[in-house]
Design a protein around this ligand. Sequence first.
Ligand code: GH3
Ligand code: MG
Ligand code: MG
Ligand code: MG
Length: 323
Amino acid sequence: QVEASGTLGLQPGSKLGALVEEGGRGRVLLVEDRAASAERLVASLSQSHTVDLAGEPDDALFRAATGGYDLVVISSALKGYDALRICSQIRSLERTRDLPILLLAEPDDRARIVRGLDLGVNDYLLRPVDRDELMARVRSQLRRKRYADRLREIMQASLQMAVTDPLTGLHNRRYLESHLGGLIDAAADGDKPLSLMILDIDHFKSVNDTYGHDAGDEVLKAFAERVKTVIRGVDVLCRLGGEEFIIVMPDTSLEVAGRVAERVRQSVGGTAFPIDKGGRHIPVTVSIGISERRNGREADAMMKRADRALYQSKALGRNRVSA
Ligand code: GH3
Ligand code: MG
Ligand code: MG
Ligand code: MG
């Protein structure tokens, strides 16, 4: 097992290395319709793993897709079924694309082994099955899968981090930039309205100047939570940076957006925001600019119009909504 982690180029003792070296029971789906062989295989595999037997190959694909397995072990010589077809179906289904497959092959059927490997079978084993070899090949596939799963998790977590604002936990500007175009396109395709609002906390600099930057941070966090309670689940709330936020509202006309913005403004204005652990609270107001989708793909233009409207709200004395 040390050898295996060496192959993957992992530092000994690293988190990934430890994961790869760890043994652990796997969930194995065995596809074998010959009862005597199935019984022997289940007896061996179940010593170290949890095994389900698909003795009727009809539902092997369905079970592979829904059973949460780590590995499929499949006989190449199923009666009346093309095992390789099942393998290629497993490979082509989204849910099972990365599910490892170990083929139990007949020694005189090299052509099928080659075709299986080309179809995406991960490894094979010649009959008669040697128990130690079976267990070693299963372990090797399970290690590979754990490693791949872990890598995928790490990748997803860093992608998530790249589009998340660490202070508030909201989406950040990068998220908005990669999603606004798509939301506008979807609205245009469905001939639906879409509106957005840009929010900017009033005189926020004086919050920092008066109470300190940490207090300012507390206000930003509580502000984000407050705004969340006023909008719908489909609305996309992002922190653009500083004390500026944006809400993209699918299926929302300018008129409705104006009412939502007014609700947000009043909710913020009516809230006392905590600034420290001592229980001190301060009032805050917010200025808002709204805009609605017009024609085609115009993310930048919509942002500009909302920005201009926000500027107007500021110029007119703050704590108000403009379109
Ligand atoms: P206005 O009503 O015109 O919007 O006035 P303002 O003071 O809110 O606007 P200005 O743009 O002059 O100041 C924004 C302030 O927000 C300045 C900056 O120190 C503060 N700020 C930006 N990001 C953060 C942050 O992450 N935490 C804290 N505490 N303050 C921040
Ligand atoms: Mg600002
Ligand atoms: Mg400003
Ligand atoms: Mg401000």
